[in-house]
Design a protein around this ligand. Structure first.
Ligand code: BGC
Length: 242
């Protein structure tokens, strides 16, 4: 099935049509800067313009960087708080809407690094915040929000996200130390068989992953920045037939 996947991030809104059987992008993705403020109205305009760009009338899947239950936004840590309580599925014209990290995780588990991996797989995205997607034997437990676990009395994402590295001007090694501490914490809680590291930072995995020592295997995401688009489309396509 062909589905338009749209990934809403703190700095960019990206979209492309996806073949949900293969997870491949059917056209070059379009990226539009996230409007500021990123209110529901301004973001909905961008989402509509991306659909317009691809001349799209078919099914649409959209990610959102907060808790989403039945299409309704419940939290908005890194975007305009006006989103809380908004029925995003309705706002986006009946699209399937899900958490951004859950979408990225679905794509990694279906088509990327977590493919065929049994047991507990944790996909963590390091970007503006830290997103999490938790799977057991390929089944997602949605909205886990592990970026908000407390470390040293603060939200872990304030210490160990990619944004924290930039804001605190940390070297890759210094940042890796913080990421390792965070990963040890989630490892202690879930004993995963694999941790997949995604999000913006995954493009630079070779700079920090070699500094990280953990009992659990830690692998960079295979789909990197396209995971959100692919996962959103995959979620909108529903469970595979058969
Ligand atoms: C949000 C999550 C989101 C993550 C990555 C966190 O601040 O609470 O819902 O998945 O950032 O965008």
């Amino acid at each position: 099935m062909n589905v338009l996947g749209i990934d809403i991030g703190g700095t960019g809104i990206k979209g492309a049509p996806v073949d949900t059987r293969t997870g491949e992008l059917l056209e070059e993705r379009l990226r539009v800067p996230t409007p500021q403020p990123s209110s529901p109205e301004t973001v909905a305009e961008v989402v509509a313009s991306i659909a317009g760009h691809f001349g799209w009338n078919g099914p649409v899947g959209v990610t959102f960087p907060g808790v989403v239950v039945d299409g309704v936004v419940k939290t908005a840590a890194n975007v305009d708080h006006a989103w809380v309580g908004v029925d995003a599925a309705r706002l986006f014209g009946g699209a399937t809407v899900l958490n951004d990290a859950d979408a990225a995780g679905l794509a990694e588990v279906r088509f990327g690094r977590g493919r065929g991996q049994r047991g507990t797989v944790l996909v963590l995205t390091f970007g503006t915040g830290i997103g999490s997607a938790l799977f057991t034997d390929g089944v997602l437990l949605p909205n886990t929000e592990l970026g908000h676990l407390r470390l040293h009395g603060r939200d872990a994402e304030h210490r160990a996200s990619a944004r924290a590295r930039e804001e605190h001007e940390l070297s890759w090694e210094e940042w890796a130390e913080r990421v390792e501490e965070y990963l040890r914490y989630v490892e202690m809680l879930f004993t995963p068989s694999l941790i997949v590291v995604g999000g913006g930072a995954s493009k630079k995995a070779h700079k920090f992953l070699p500094h990280i020592r953990l009992d659990t295997p830690v692998a960079p995401a295979a789909l990197q920045n396209q995971a959100g688009i692919i996962g959103a489309a995959h979620a909108a396509a529903g469970p595979p037939a058969g």
